[in-house]
Design a binder for this molecule. Structure first.
Ligand code: 5AD
Ligand code: FES
Length: 340
């Protein structure tokens, strides 16, 4: 019975095979349950985080990502510290209480540069999330001491064989270690995975969710994989929206009190994909704060939304969509324990 299975999750007494059964459920049923749990544990407020894509330079060559270093077709950029600070003050003026600094793994920004940026940003009353990939424990420690509050790094997949295939010259164990280091250092730690990678199975998606639970991640972002034409996975052509939505709903059912973003990739695959996600367990949106002139260059996957739009258009657009489904915009910084 469906209700017996849900009961196992509410009593935190479930196995991997229960998770697999959950992932095979009817989508509407799963999403309705996730929505109910979101409402009970997180309320109706949606947290907005202003995303600043500050460098598209990356030393890695992930098979799925348009920013991979082998992709010679993109025009690379780096924002100066002053340009980043302008984005931050704009975000504050728009009412954001969190900014996310996201970039490729660009070692031009050494620990000193990142720390000095953090200190400049943290002069303002705003939460700061970093999303700059794998660094050493000492670097993470220095960023935390400089004032960073949160860190986002998806594990992408916990299928180790698949991970190694898709991430040449990277190491699955090290990525896991980074995430545990971040938790240990007191960051609110976000992770997540891609859904629909070639040869990824429901079994391995269940393992991903078990990993998030074991890590006790504070935020989990689930994105459908979207093939990028200038990558080795160009021809992997599948619409992964529904599976991603189901994994996201299953994460909400498994970890009721965490933050879950309605990801931009979902909106790329479906009109109003973020609203569908907000009605299926999500409680966070990360509107793009990057200046219009850089947006097209941060092409993780094709047809990314809003690449010709401006930060003020994006915030107004998403706010009105959020209000149209009877949800409110949070005025808090949106830590895991913040309820409004
Ligand atoms: N499709 C969907 N998401 C992607 N990302 C990178 N490339 C793609 C793609 N082709 C996601 C990764 C990364 C995040 C910043 O963007 O999961 O963690
Ligand atoms: Fe950018 Fe709607 S979120 S225009």
């Amino acid at each position: 019975m469906v209700s017996d299975l849900f009961k196992k999750f509410s009593q935190k007494n479930f196995s991997k095979s229960d998770l697999i059964e959950l992932l095979h459920f009817d989508t509407n049923l799963l999403c309705a349950k996730a929505d109910e749990i979101r409402k009970k544990y997180k309320g109706n407020a949606v947290h907005l985080r202003g995303l600043i894509e500050f460098t598209n330079i990356c030393k890695n060559s992930c098979y799925y990502c348009g920013l991979r270093c082998e992709n010679k077709k993109i025009d690379r950029y780096r924002l100066t510290d002053d340009e980043i600070l302008v984005c931050v003050t704009n975000a504050i003026n728009f009412g954001y209480r969190t900014v996310v600094l996201q970039g490729g793994e660009d070692l031009f920004y050494d620990a000193d540069k990142i720390c000095s940026l953090i200190k400049r940003i943290k002069k303002y009353d705003i939460a700061l999330t970093l999303s700059i990939g794998e660094r050493t424990y000492e670097e993470y420690k220095a960023f935390k001491e400089a004032g960073a509050d949160r860190y986002l790094m998806r594990i992408e997949t916990t299928d180790e064989k698949l991970y190694q295939k898709l991430h040449p010259n990277m190491d699955f164990e090290n990525r896991k270690k980074c995430l545990y280091d971040l938790k240990k250092l007191g960051y609110e730690t976000g992770s997540g995975c891609l859904v629909g990678l070639p040869n990824q199975t429901i079994d391995s998606l269940a393992d991903d969710i078990l990993f998030f639970k074991e890590l006790n991640a504070d935020m989990i972002g689930i994105g459908p994989f979207i093939p990028h034409p200038d990558t080795p996975l160009a021809n992997a052509n599948k619409d992964n929206f529904e599976t991603a939505l189901k994994v996201m709903a299953a994460v909400r059912i498994t970890m009721p009190d965490i933050n879950i973003p309605a990801t931009t990739a979902m909106e790329t695959l479906r009109e109003n994909g973020r609203i569908i996600a907000l009605n299926s367990g999500a409680n966070v949106v990360m509107p793009n704060m990057t200046d219009t002139k850089y947006r097209k260059k941060y092409e993780l996957y094709p047809n990314k939304i809003c690449i010709n739009d401006s930060p003020d258009k994006c915030i107004n657009c998403i706010k009105s969509k959020i209000n149209s489904i009877g949800r409110t915009i949070s005025s808090s910084k949106g830590f895991r324990s913040d309820l409004d």
